[in-house]
Design a binder for this molecule. Structure first.
Ligand code: HEC
Length: 409
């Protein structure tokens, strides 16, 4: 497909995904807060029928909501359901996943030298989404599902195994995204396969004049609670793709799990806060844990393959003409598989974004974006597939800055 058209499709899907995702997570935050903020009502102080009520003021108006333990005595004529936020988030996310990972060649999906092949990679990706839901749903329905804590622990162990496998099979960024997409699929499928059908059963029972079984509501609630704790980890995984330092870390699977766990803990702290049960140490503890992850990530990070040349000593400046062959060797090794007139990287028929980096003149031409992408930032090489070393980025920067300041020789 035409590259520019792909970019537009990518933008429209990403934008839509954000919009509906905000609507879904926003309503999830709102209902969790509301559920935890209910007060006993005057007409049912013992909370026999009603779980409680709440008064709110927003946008200049007053709102009065009440929650029934199982269902109201009579069904109102109009009932608002919340489901399309979830479904459209999943559908837009899936479409974006297809555009970014399944239609644009294996470079984003697989690590360099992977023997899996493009279709194999897609199969692993889709398999993780479907398999993830099947295993999770079986865990919930199994005897483990009777105890919320044991169930939560088993789900965490399962996600840890999935993360380990995916980070060792797919490219770093694809692995992070697929763990996120698996969790997102579980969330949406919880709405589609458990929460909504159970709500429909309650409504149908009432229409038939029967008393609805409270277990339907409780089962929906269990899944809804899972969704609550998964929201922040999923959001982290969706934005993680912009941080190759994390996705390409040698222990990326541990980094993923640690940050996701902190996200879930932050959500827990806020849920407890709604009912005044948050302890003052909880959020600071999350911050300390986060700092510890940052420290551990930095300490164990050694991006890069073997050096191509002896790095310069601190303060030493190489003469631009001696630097040029060194820089061209770096670019040849780290960029040209993709950024050549005829890229050798599988799946690339043309240089990405038209960026060709074959000669010193090319490099000067692209100096600005190269400095942004590969020297000051680490977006390039893509996923650091070609294992550029930090000192090579410095050399590239020294040479480019020299060239663009106009003191060429
Ligand atoms: C494995 C393939 C690959 C390698 C290796 C690679 N790139 Fe890229 N590069 C890409 C792709 C794909 C894009 C388009 C990214 C996008 O659409 O956001 C890109 C885009 C760019 C852009 C344009 C970014 C923009 O949005 O304006 C620059 C500049 C760039 N790369 C520089 C480099 C440099 C410098 C190196 C080597 C140090 C390098 N790339 C190595 C695949 C690669």
């Amino acid at each position: 497909m035409d590259l520019a058209l792909m970019d537009w499709l990518n933008l429209v899907l990403r934008w839509s995904h954000l919009i509906v995702g905000i609507a879904w997570i926003g309503s999830s935050f709102y209902f969790v807060w509301q559920d935890n903020s209910l007060e006993a009502t005057a007409d049912d102080p013992e909370r026999k029928r009603l779980q409680g009520e709440i008064w709110m003021v927003h946008g200049g108006g007053f709102y009065h909501a009440r929650k029934y333990k199982v269902a109201p005595p009579d069904l109102p004529p109009h009932l608002h359901w919340f489901k399309w936020e979830a479904y459209t988030t999943w559908m837009s996310g899936m479409s974006l996943l297809v555009v970014v990972y399944y239609l644009s060649g294996p470079a984003f999906l697989l690590p360099l030298g992977s023997e899996l092949g493009y279709l194999g990679g897609i199969a692993v990706g889709l398999g993780s989404l479907i398999g993830g839901w099947v295993v999770y749903d079986l865990l919930c329905r199994s005897p483990l599902g009777k105890d919320d804590r044991i169930l939560a622990l088993s789900v965490v162990v399962f996600i840890a195994v999935l993360t380990y496998v995916l980070t060792h099979v797919l490219s770093g960024r694809a692995a992070f995204l697929h763990v996120g997409a698996t969790l997102g699929t579980i969330m949406a499928a919880n709405v589609l396969h458990v929460i909504m059908p159970n709500q429909r059963k309650i409504v149908a029972a009432m229409q038939a004049g029967e008393t609805p079984d409270p277990i339907w509501g409780l089962k929906g609630k269990q899944r809804s609670v899972h969704n609550t704790f998964v929201t922040l980890p999923v959001l982290f995984l969706m934005v993680s793709n912009h941080y190759p330092g994390l996705t390409e870390h040698p222990y990326s699977w541990l980094v993923l799990l640690a940050v996701a766990a902190i996200g879930a803990a932050v959500r827990l702290a806020f849920v407890l806060r709604h009912t005044g049960r948050m302890k003052p140490w909880m959020l600071p503890a999350c911050l300390v844990a986060f700092l510890a992850v940052i420290g551990a990530t930095a300490a164990t990070r050694d991006l890069g393959g073997p050096p191509l040349s002896a790095p310069l000593a601190e303060g030493e400046e190489a003469a631009p003409d001696t630097l040029e062959p060194v820089v061209m060797a770096i670019v040849a090794a780290r960029c040209q598989t993709c950024h050549a007139r005829q890229p050798t990287y599988e799946g690339f028929d043309e240089p990405p974004k038209g960026v060709v980096l074959e000669t010193p003149a090319d490099l000067r031409h692209w100096a600005g974006p190269v400095l942004v992408q590969a020297v000051h930032g680490e977006t390039m090489p893509l996923g650091n597939l070609t294992e550029i070393r930090p000192e090579e980025r410095v050399l590239l920067g020294q040479w480019l800055e020299n060239k663009t300041e106009g003191n060429e020789q």
